[in-house]
Design a protein around this ligand. Sequence first.
Ligand code: MRU
Length: 380
Amino acid sequence: MTINQEHSAQEIFETLETLETSTEHAALQSVRWTGEQLLLLDQRLLPEEILYLDLKTPEDVWEAIRQLKVRGAPAIGIAAAYGIYLGVRHLTVDGRSEEDANQNLYQTVLEHAQYLATSRPTAVNLFWALDRMTNKTQVLLKAGLNLNQIKQAISEEAILIQAEDEETNRLIGEHALTLFEDGFGVLTHCNAGGLATSKYGTALAPFYLAKEKGMAIQVFADETRPVLQGARLTAFELQQAGIDVTLICDNMAGAVMAKGWIQAVIVGTDRVAANGDVANKIGTYSAAVLAKAHGIPFYVACPLSTLDLNTPTGADIPIEERHEDEITQGFGKRTAPKGVKVYNPAFDITPNEYVTAIITEKGIIRAPYTENLSRLLEQD
Ligand code: MRU
């Protein structure tokens, strides 16, 4: 993988200032398609360093997803969609008939989709985006287009996935904001913000919109061990946007709730099962149990693409386990004895009875989830 784009934080924020109006939310984009290059913000380096990587191949994208350079369910899906295009962009007819060249392209798309699907197992948006790209390719093939036209349309589909995500998140934010009042303290876990999506985020979208509307919300961000998405990413992006954010360690959430500082919890999700069980960053379940114990509503924000009606319950969602070093050496030095046994699941399941509501771009869904989620997707 080559790295040829490096901007200082100052350069990035100056550029963003010229792109955005002063009232609108300005943010770093985790995935940027320039029309020529796929630039990806290396989220492992935040908040200390802002570095854009120039990804050239599906292998680069696979590596970036696996290593959490890009992370967060929607952003993973967006990166993978561009990965499909990177895999076909240099294909030529190369002496084949037009039909054989198109078939070769389709096979290449399928192979890259299968390969990219092995990068991480839990976020269903990855598989959703890859299915959308392969289905689109099939439609394009049937439409009788030539190779270059199909390649162009594949790149446009990836751009569309990214653009739609931004609009979706704004709608999620609008719906979520109806659940909050001026002066609320709201706890969030992990990072379900602009960095995890194309813009705004899911769980963080209402905070950006509240800011635009002049509504005061005090956000509490769990630091989110072991990889610290809350500390490194949520606290960073909210602070950059001028939103009132207070960082706490994960084990402080109960104490903060007991003080009466939290009126709602809102998180994103990597996959919602058909019965409304929710997979999200490890520690989400603990936050949900604490919220219930304190009579605080627990909200989950996600696009429809995160709803997986093919997975009956949370027990059927594959949970990624990551390397022990994230726990034993996560702070850049060893913090546990060598050889100690480690269990490091990246996600947990919050059973549906802890979920007060699920907020999507189509509105707010409450229990019974099995009926209401399937009705919601039927409407779509
Ligand atoms: O391991 P990560 O950082 O990819 O986990 C991310 C999360 O758990 C997010 O909360 C989830 O993907 C929702 S992002 C809008």
